[in-house]
Write a protein that binds this ligand. Structure first.
Ligand code: CA
Length: 229
């Protein structure tokens, strides 16, 4: 996922950015509101992690400006001021969620996932999309551009799971649980076999490869051109 993290504390900024990058997210950072607004002019993000206590423009004011520019990007507010009034103000201004500092990194990840699930809910036409790859969940049909992709039932589930979590690394265990069920061995080579077939069907002959292996971790479905900034 493409994330903008706005935080004036350099230690927190580095630590969180590193952690999120290790999980396959693309993270840009801004140390204050002015820098954040500049970045928002040039790039589209899927999520903004927004510290409330910032120099110059504080997080609330920044959020107000973002929303008044009709930008609906998901926003997770972060604040040491855990008072109810802060929380309410953030949510009233259009934040999607609020996390009090200090927080555990796992808690941040869980909130990010929850927001992603809510905001990346399938579009009205029931079709998941990434670049020119589309998966029509109702018609049970996959396409890459105009090319029809014929998938087995398992490959379809596999691709659906990858697309629902696109731009995030999914582990073998996560894939196994979704596609084969919890009792299946995550280290069975059955997964590799299916993944190899799926990769051929999705990427062979295509200029932009979408399905990537993350060594020792799992897989990711991603247009890597956009994340190599
Ligand atoms: Ca701060």
């Amino acid at each position: 996922m493409k994330i903008l993290y706005v935080e004036d504390d350099p230690t927190a900024r580095e630590y969180i950015q590193k952690g999120l990058r290790e999980r396959g997210h693309h993270v840009d950072t801004a140390a204050d509101g002015i820098e954040a607004l500049r970045l928002l002019e040039d790039a589209v993000y899927e999520l903004i992690l927004l510290d409330v206590g910032l120099p110059e423009i504080d997080g609330f004011e920044l959020l107000r400006r973002i929303r008044s520019a009709d930008d609906r990007t998901a926003v997770l507010m972060l604040s040491a001021r855990a008072e109810v009034s802060d929380r309410v103000e953030g949510l009233n201004l259009g934040a999607d969620d609020y996390l009090a500092k200090p927080f555990a990194f796992a808690e941040l990840l869980a909130r990010i996932q929850a927001i992603t699930r809510r905001t990346a809910a399938e579009p009205d036409d029931g079709t998941l999309r990434l670049l020119d790859l589309s998966l029509d969940l109702r018609a049970y049909r996959a396409r890459r551009g105009q090319r029809e992709i014929t998938l087995t039932r398992k490959e379809f589930s596999l691709l659906e799971y990858l697309m629902r979590n696109s731009n995030q690394v999914v582990s073998r265990t996560m894939i196994t649980e979704y596609v084969w069920g919890p009792s299946f061995d995550a280290y069975s080579n059955v997964i590799d076999v299916h993944m190899t077939h799926l990769r051929k069907k999705v990427d062979q002959g295509e200029e932009v490869k979408l399905l990537h292996t993350v060594k020792g971790v799992g897989y990711i479905l991603q247009d890597r051109r956009s994340s190599e900034a």
